[in-house]
Design a protein around this ligand. Structure first.
Ligand code: MF3
Ligand code: CO
Ligand code: CO
Length: 272
């Protein structure tokens, strides 16, 4: 980086972090991804999403970290758990997982003031072939988006890579929610869209920190938010999946802060 101590907003209002700031994001991302590694054992047929949330919340407390979501805009839980046609922001509850359910678990932790935000898909029992395919397509969508992250490319390139691939697989990209800048705050500029045009949008620069978190549906892209003011579902009740990484732009490309040390990011590891 040209000037490592230069903490500033660029012309698009996006924070350019210093080289030292990567260490903070690395620690926060490592804890968030460790939690998602450990929670896998708790995702079983008959488990409640509330119990899964409790495990995560206790884990965060035991590590002397903080949950970014408890108390965030009135949200009360350490996770969002989004089952089947729930797109995102599913609220943990006493509902039990059933054989074949697919679910996203999203966790954001604060470690020494830095935010680590990541989510993955899990399966309870044996998922259907179409559910497995949706999970594969969604994971690949995220990875194709990440492969665009390097200085000089644009945020539009990220969205275009995701959209081109997902729609080519006859799936749809949710428009109503997006990724976001983060760092010492939870949500900041820019909005990271998961669709778009090649070359459009702000240009990527070293020191930008943001999430990519595509939500991909088997049916149509439209969503609606339930009366609880959080739970977003597909309007057509089709299955939805999501994966999320927190990443930082480097001189060479990017660093993924929330990689799974156990190699468990994609649930194929659980297949027999
Ligand atoms: N972690 C989510 C994201 O990826 C945000 C959850 S906010 C909550 O941005 F309040 F619903 F938890
Ligand atoms: Co996020
Ligand atoms: Co998240």
């Amino acid at each position: 980086m040209k000037n490592p101590s230069d903490k500033r907003l660029n012309k698009d209002g996006i924070r350019i972090h210093a080289i030292e700031d990567f260490a903070g994001m690395r620690a926060a991302g490592a804890l968030a991804s460790e939690i998602l590694d450990k929670v896998a054992a708790h995702v079983t047929v008959g488990a409640t999403t509330g119990a899964i949330n409790e495990f995560v919340h206790q884990y965060i407390i035991d590590k002397d970290a903080k949950s970014a979501t408890v108390g965030y805009r009135g949200y009360k839980h350490a996770t969002c758990i989004s089952v089947n046609h729930v797109v995102c922001h599913g609220i943990p509850s006493d509902k039990r997982l059933r054989d074949g359910d697919i679910l996203n678990i999203d966790v954001t932790v604060i470690v020494d003031g830095w935010y680590g935000d990541t989510s993955r898909m899990y399966v309870a029992g044996r998922p259907s072939r179409k559910a497995e395919r949706l999970i594969d397509v969604t994971h690949e969508s995220l990875m194709r988006g990440i492969s665009q992250v390097k200085p000089g490319n644009s945020f539009g390139d990220i969205g275009a890579a995701i959209q081109t691939y997902a729609e080519g697989e006859r799936c749809s990209v949710v428009r109503d929610f997006c990724g976001h800048g983060l760092g010492q705050v939870f949500h900041s500029a820019p909005n990271v869209l998961h669709y778009g045009r090649w070359g459009a949008g702000p240009v990527l620069e070293p020191g930008m920190f943001f999430t990519i978190e595509p939500m991909i549906n088997l049916g149509r892209p439209e969503t609606k938010v339930l009366a609880d003011d959080w739970t977003a579902v597909t309007k057509d009740k089709s299955l939805s999946a999501q994966f999320e990484h927190s990443i930082g732009v480097t001189e060479e490309g990017c660093e993924i802060f929330t990689l799974s040390k156990a190699g468990n990011f994609h649930p194929t590891w659980a297949r027999d």
